[in-house]
Write a protein of this length. Structure first.
Length: 191
């Protein structure tokens, strides 16, 4: 049984763990170097990207996540996790001084669909999966993909899901929908 860590510093950790359990994977909270070392794959959940980034650094996990990814560890980032996976930041993310893991060939913008009160749900089309319930909460967007990164879904002309090798990122929250297809895709296709 594969062991998938869910970064447990902030965000929808329990929802991701529940999705993994329903799919027969062993999920585990990742809060320190020891728990990250035991994980075979990682999910970086939504939350507040600058806070998660700061907590990654304070817990000495930032460089270890980078090293594990470069060594082939599959990573799935949702919302704030998408921002952290990017190589380049748009204007708003640059203004915050947001440090990025720099793992995916994409440029991202924070809060691309508005603030908290502009959060929304809308069906979206994902390449290879079909229609999927999109839950957008202060959602980022991918301004552009380059190199080996490929767009998997768009909404209103903005890229909202991408994949690069064993890395998967979504601007929305699949863990809040009850639809397990993206988690299954991560486990079967990416992992």
């Amino acid at each position: 049984m594969m062991k998938v860590g869910v970064l447990g510093l902030q965000g929808d950790v329990s929802e991701h763990l529940e999705a993994l359990e329903k799919l027969g994977a062993k999920g585990a909270w990742v809060k320190d170097l020891a728990s990250l070392a035991e994980a075979e794959a990682l999910i970086i959940p939504g939350g507040e990207s600058t806070t998660i980034g700061r907590l990654l650094e304070e817990s000495w996990l930032f460089e270890m996540v980078q090293q594990r990814a470069k060594g082939g560890m599959p990573i799935f980032g949702t919302c704030a996790g998408l921002i952290l996976l990017a190589k380049e930041a748009g204007e708003q993310a640059r203004q915050t001084g947001q440090r990025l893991l720099g793992l995916m060939d994409m440029e991202v913008d924070r809060n691309a669909f508005g603030r908290q009160r502009e959060s929304f749900e809308q069906p979206i089309e994902i390449n290879g999966l079909g229609q999927f319930p999109g839950v957008f909460i202060r959602a980022p967007a991918i301004r552009k993909v380059f190199g080996k990164c490929e767009a998997l879904a768009q909404l209103d002309g903005r890229i909202i899901a991408a994949r690069q090798g064993k890395l998967l990122a979504t601007a929305f929250h699949p863990e809040l929908t009850g639809d397990l297809r993206l988690h299954r895709y991560f486990l079967e296709q990416v992992y």
